[in-house]
Design a protein around this ligand. Structure first.
Ligand code: ATP
Ligand code: MG
Length: 235
């Protein structure tokens, strides 16, 4: 039986993903600053919250209320009413926030439709090349494992954004987070900047779809397929 999908509401991306995000696995998004990772998370958040399910949003960057408001339009209050936002200030706090979100999602006392961790590697990055690097890698892995188990057992899609570094040897942008994250995430998307408001989504890895690519545009009110709206629809 095919995995359930959570539509993102961006037709070009949903086509690329065979209908949307897999509901029982972790989707990793990596890409340079300004490539649209956070806006993508906000788009899916708004869609899930409007469908009546809760979203646990773990934000390490200081999410822009203006952008959430622009994405939600008149449904902002409805979305805020289904949003549980936490803003950890360290990798330890991030770990506790992830553990709490996972526990609540698995307990199922309220319907949870999405867990977002954005950026999942902000605090981890700060510890790289320092004395705490091994502990940080371990802490990140424990959190990612918790997200994997939760997605699988509670059928809650997880969006985990990842920062990039430039490989000196290859000259390419590579994801942080180590090989554990790259195995744990069953879908991996890379967001590339194109000229102007255009962005490219590259499907780097999927367990049941071939590699591919799609485009979207960043507009004042959110993300759109190259051809424009509609973005409405069920789920
Ligand atoms: P980072 O890695 O720094 O967190 P990101 O991939 O999460 O970056 P987003 O915050 O999702 O990036 O996207 C930011 C981009 O959105 C900006 O570079 C800008 O091009 C675009 N943007 C932001 N606000 C608006 C707006 N009001 N209208 C149109 N485009 C906007
Ligand atoms: Mg961001």
């Amino acid at each position: 039986m095919p995995s359930e999908r959570q539509p993102t509401g961006i037709p070009s991306v949903d086509r690329l993903l065979g209908g949307g995000l897999e509901s029982d696995s972790v989707t990793e998004i990596y890409g340079e600053g300004g490539s649209g990772k956070t806006l993508f998370c906000l788009e899916v958040t708004a869609r899930v919250a409007r469908s009546g399910r809760w979203v646990f949003y773990i934000d390490t960057e200081g999410v822009s209320v203006d952008r959430l408001s622009a994405v939600c339009g008149p449904t902002l209050d409805e979305v805020l009413g289904r949003l549980l936002l936490s803003s950890p200030k360290s990798l330890d706090e991030q770990g506790r926030a992830v553990a709490t979100a996972c526990r609540l999602a698995r307990e199922g006392a309220r319907p949870v439709g999405l867990i977002v961790v954005d950026s999942g590697t902000f605090y981890y990055r700060l510890s790289l090349s320092g004395p705490d690097e091994d502990d940080a890698r371990q802490a990140l892995s424990v959190g990612v494992a918790d997200l994997v188990v939760t997605a699988l057992s509670a059928h809650v899609p997880v969006l985990f954004t990842n920062q990039v570094y430039r490989s000196v040897r290859e000259g390419t942008l590579e994801p942080l987070g180590g090989s554990f994250l790259n195995h744990a995430a069953k879908t991996i998307l890379r967001f590339d900047r194109l000229p102007g408001d255009r962005r490219c989504v590259v499907l780097v890895k999927h367990r049941s779809l071939p590699e591919g690519a799609a485009e979207f545009r960043i507009t004042p009110t959110g993300l759109e397929s190259p051809g424009g709206p509609p973005r409405s629809g069920p789920g």
